[in-house]
Design a protein around this ligand. Structure first.
Ligand code: GLC
Length: 739
């Protein structure tokens, strides 16, 4: 009976809430019925059962108990991760619900990072589309597929700002900018959670890794992060705040030591900011053993102290390591930790379980997946995502799109007929056999009108050159060469930082050999991060960045190569010329001696320009766009108020296409130094050849806030510059003044 009433309440709540029920933290408006039920359960739970809810075990039980089923039956496990098997899920759930003393359902978590079986482009690639609607849609498909196989909760979106491409996990996020990243964070949460977490095609989101993990020193994985509080608040936290305000159900605390306090034991982050400032009502799960790792970090002498630190800081659920289950019941009995700490954590966890509908519907119908997994409409969306993710880096003499009169093409490189590496990192539930290769995509697109001479040429990594001759032969007998080179799946992602950002192995050597044939070359670059492609940009006429595109890679790439889709992707990370420039990002500070092109004592290098190889926001099209007629309606703006900025954009080329018009500002002088540019808006528009559209930005003064000299979040009067353009270094310039 309780379950039925609960279901009605949840449905009503979802219906009554303005917009969506997804607002997990609608302060002052928790589902009172749910809270009453949580109170009732808490009153019955033993200490062991409470800590059981705070414990997550990996599928194969490492660190965990030998007899998993008995541990579930005893109420000592509240969650599993890495189970994407609906039968196993239902089996374990049945034990929890029907054989444990209180029948509390398990919650099943999994890394659904860029799709479940329909693998979309890696997140850094998807972000390059600047298409928030698409970001939401791909997350929604991921949720539909994942929930169908019994996954209630994804450890996504990863929203770590990254300014250092040596860091392998830059691929998992949305890039270097907080404004765009915050919008993507919210879109992902909407897509995953929809309007009703209890629906069979939504799942709980998890904002990770809270926080500042992307600032790992020297880009070295799991390294120390030392970041001033103002930068933490202005740059790294907004994406998490946006996700919390969108109603994210959970967060994940990270591995990193932040200014001396590892984030999985950091009360300032996990309680003072997340709970007391932001009012977050969901729960925080640790990262993999990150509570136990407080010991090697050197702020916990043993597992007892690690458990106390993690639990009292605000980590509600411990992933994999067992310091909670092994110590917290005893510590409460010894009076060394308050039972309130446990009750608070368990309440948060049960709240998410209730809102996921796990009490009313703990099981998943195994037949649902048959109509959901890799459904044609999912693949169609994936193909669109590939097209939108691709960034045209160079296109000399309009070599692209491919000329329909081509009789033969040499397709060369280790990523040309490759399924596994196109999936990209964090695609565990993806399968290589689902991937359309570049070779297959081209064959399907060009049919028998154009002969394709394929040669692998070399491995992704390695020094062997025995494949070079076959590649050169293929080039010599073809009208044009397409090179498919870049990083493989294991060149980025977690624990895959690099100190060298060139093409791996001897791929560049192969490219140089093929270039000697004087055939026109199109380079398709596969990567999960910015690469120092100086020689390539200098010597190859056309370069398309395809990231790691997922299951529809070959088809999407063929759509762009053939001109069926006009690329419009824009970089959301800066490409450095060399590793020595790192960290380099568009919104740096001006310094007291800004470089002005002279060779005086100014902020510069003696052996490299300051400018990046490719700037944030950069990306070309098969057509051209002209920006003209920038108008700033009110040059003097009261606070609070808004400044209206309009610009006309004309498609001055022959092909229709999308353009991402970007709005940047600069606060000329503040109570603290301010970045030389800040993205504050963008519009993705479509223009036919010759068409002109007027684009309007209504910039609110509240969007110009930052943490001032007193660490208060304020907007300050003064002069501002504004730019509207195709990237972060070009555009029409204007000014306005805040009064
Ligand atoms: C990993 C990652 C985290 C992931 C978790 C579970 O170590 O840091 O992003 O969600 O473990 O796989």
């Amino acid at each position: 009976m309780i379950r039925k009433i609960l279901m009605v309440v949840c449905i009503l709540t979802a219906y009554l809430h303005p917009g969506c029920q997804r607002q997990m933290n609608q302060a002052g408006n928790p589902d009172s019925f749910v809270e009453a039920n949580i109170d009732g359960l808490l009153a019955k739970m033993t200490l062991e059962e409470k800590v059981g809810q705070m414990s997550q075990v990996n599928k194969n039980g490492e660190d965990g108990p030998a007899d998993i089923e008995n541990e579930v039956r005893s109420g000592n496990i509240g969650s599993f991760l890495n189970i994407a098997d609906v039968d196993l899920r239902n089996k374990l759930q049945k034990i929890a619900v029907e054989e444990s003393r209180l029948g509390i359902p398990l919650i099943f978590g999994y890394d659904v990072i860029h799709g479940h079986r329909t693998i979309f482009p890696v997140p850094l690639g998807e972000a390059a589309g600047w298409d928030l609607d698409l970001v939401e849609k791909t997350a929604s498909v991921a949720a539909r597929e994942a929930r169908a196989v019994g996954i209630d909760w994804t450890f996504s979106p990863m929203i770590d700002i990254a300014r250092d491409p040596r860091w392998g996990r830059i691929v998992e996020g949305a890039g270097e900018d907080a404004y765009l990243g915050s919008l993507i964070s919210s879109a992902k949460v909407r897509g995953y959670q929809g309007c009703d977490l209890s629906a069979p095609d939504t799942m709980a989101a998890c904002l990770k890794h809270f926080a500042v993990y992307g600032a790992s020193q020297a880009g070295r994985e799991y390294h120390t992060t030392e970041v001033p509080l103002r930068t933490i608040r202005d740059v790294y936290l907004p994406l998490f705040k946006a996700g919390v305000e969108e109603g994210a159900a959970t967060l994940m605390s990270g591995f990193n030591d932040l200014n001396g306090v590892p984030v999985s034991g950091n009360k300032f982050l996990l309680t003072d900011i997340l709970r007391n400032e932001w009012g977050f009502e969901g729960f925080v799960v640790s990262d993999w053993r990150s509570v136990k790792q407080l010991i090697p970090h050197g702020i916990a002498e043993d597992e007892t102290q690690a458990a106390i630190l993690g639990a009292t800081a605000g980590v509600d659920m411990e992933m994999v390591s067992r310091t909670y289950i092994n110590n917290l019941p005893r510590l409460v009995r010894e009076g060394r930790i308050s039972q309130d700490v446990l009750d608070t954590a368990v309440r948060r966890i049960l709240r998410v379980k209730f809102r996921l509908g796990l009490f009313e519907n703990p099981y998943v119908d195994p037949d649902v997946q048959k109509s959901v997994i890799l459904a044609p409409e999912n693949r169609k969306l994936a193909r669109k995502a590939v097209c939108e993710s691709m960034v045209l880096l160079k296109n000399e003499n309009n070599l692209l799109p491919l000329n329909a009169s081509l009789q033969s093409i040499a397709l060369i490189g280790p990523l040309a007929d490759n399924q596994k590496d196109l999936l990209g990192t964090w695609s565990y539930s993806g399968r290589s056999e689902d991937v359309v290769t570049v070779l297959k995509g081209l064959q399907d697109a060009l049919g028998d009108t154009c002969k394709i001479n394929y040669a692998k040429g070399c491995e992704i990594d390695g020094i062997l050159t025995e494949g070079f001759s076959e590649a050169i032969e293929a080039a010599n007998k073809s009208d044009l060469v397409i090179m498919a080179v870049g990083e493989g799946i294991m060149h980025n992602g977690e624990a895959h930082s690099r100190t060298n950002l060139n093409l791996p192995g001897n791929q560049l050597q192969l490219l140089k050999e093929v270039e000697k044939t004087d055939k026109p070359i199109v380079l398709i670059l596969f990567s999960g991060r910015p690469l120092t492609i100086n020689w390539e940009l200098e010597n190859i006429p056309s370069i398309l960045l395809a990231w790691h595109p997922g299951v529809e890679g070959g088809n999407g790439i063929a759509d762009v190569l053939s001109g069926r889709y006009n690329p419009a992707g824009k970089l959301t990370v800066t490409f450095p010329r060399n590793v020595g420039q790192i960290p380099i990002y568009y919104n740096m500070k001006n310094t007291g001696r800004p470089f002005k092109g002279d060779d005086g004592d100014t902020s510069r290098y003696i052996d490299s320009p300051n400018t990046p190889l490719l700037p944030f926001g950069y990306g070309l099209s098969y057509t051209t766009f002209a920006y003209h007629n920038l108008l700033i309606e009110n040059q003097k703006v009261k606070i609070p108020g808004a400044v209206k900025i309009t610009v006309d954009i004309t498609n001055t080329g022959d092909a229709a296409g999308h353009e991402v018009a970007q709005l940047y500002i600069r606060d000329i002088a503040g109570s603290v130094t301010r970045p030389v540019k800040e993205l504050k808006g963008f519009k993705r528009i479509y223009l036919k050849s010759g068409e002109t559209k007027t684009v309007t930005f209504n910039l609110q003064t509240s969007e110009l806030k930052f943490y001032d000299i007193n660490m208060e979040y304020n907007v300050e009067p003064g002069d501002f510059k504004v730019w509207v353009g195709p990237n972060s270094v070009e555009g029409l310039e204007g000014t306005f003044e805040l009064l």
